[in-house]
Design a protein around this ligand. Structure first.
Ligand SMILES: [Fe+2]
Ligand SMILES: [Fe+2]
Length: 261
């Protein structure tokens, strides 16, 4: 049972230089690792801690590596990082994989078949790869699970999201990502947040067919919060609204080729 009220972070800015715990139940915890840079294009890095082992979700670009490493060290020695989940291959998500693998070459990299085809171009030709299309569930030592839910063309053909069964948190990568200077770690106003999501989604997401197809997969998923790679966390109170937004969103090709032109 999580005793942390995410909505507290809608009003109180978390310290940017230390990890912020978002969930804790026994030996399973989830952290947001913090951002010091004041930029409109913030990249959120999350850490799942389970039974003393760590799993980084979208560890980020190379310039942020030493900062993220310091944050991890405030929670556990980096040698306890067992895995990295990379929702697609974009550099803001995945480039620091090479720095983590330099440090600990046995860290497993969880990603989709299409993403694994591109990741070696960051410089590691061989690394411990787990294909989430073949193995759609990661089981932690506590028995909690991370379920991978594919999200084709949102925005990469091999994009996917990760659902943590213990917390009910959905790590959504670029989906529900928002961009803007006026930022809170957690949103308590989906209407305002959706304006900040608009430009990113209409430009990046392939089409309503893709977004609607993905929301259909979420019907049976009990989501307590959505944790995107950019922008604000969407707490339980706004999850249904966020899913409706994505479901009804005209984007990408819908707008680029209006009326079939
Ligand atoms: Fe991306
Ligand atoms: Fe991104």
């Amino acid at each position: 049972m999580n005793r942390i009220d995410l909505l507290d972070y809608a009003h109180n800015k978390p310290a940017p230089d230390i990890p912020t715990r978002l969930f804790q139940d026994g030996h399973h915890a989830i952290y947001w690792l913090g951002i010091e840079q004041d930029t409109a294009f913030r990249c959120n890095v999350y850490l799942i801690e389970d039974g003393g082992e760590g799993y980084l979700v979208d560890p980020g670009g190379r310039p942020g590596f030493s900062q993220i490493k310091q944050r991890v060290e405030q929670i556990m020695p980096t040698g306890r990082i067992k895995g990295m989940v990379l929702c697609h291959q974009d550099p803001d998500v995945a480039a620091s994989m090479v720095d983590w693998l330099d440090l600990h070459p046995d860290i497993k990299v969880y990603s989709s078949t299409r993403t694994h085809a591109l990741l070696p171009h960051y410089g590691k030709l061989k690394y411990p790869a787990v294909d989430i299309v073949e193995k759609p569930v990661l089981e932690f030592s506590s028995g909690a699970r991370l379920r991978f839910i594919e999200a084709p063309f949102l925005h990469f053909p091999g994009a996917f999201t990760s659902y943590d069964t213990a917390s009910g948190f959905l790590f959504s990568g670029d989906i529900w990502a928002a961009v803007g200077m006026d930022w809170t770690l957690v949103s308590d106003d989906f209407n305002t947040l959706s304006f900040k999501m608009e430009m990113f989604h209409t430009d990046y997401m392939a089409s309503n067919k893709a977004s609607r197809g993905f929301t259909r997969k979420l019907r049976e998923v009990d989501i307590m919060a959505i944790l995107p790679q950019h922008g604000s966390i969407i707490p339980r109170a706004y999850v249904a609204e966020a899913i409706d937004y994505l479901n009804d969103l005209p984007c990408g090709l819908d707008l680029l080729y209006l009326s079939g032109q």
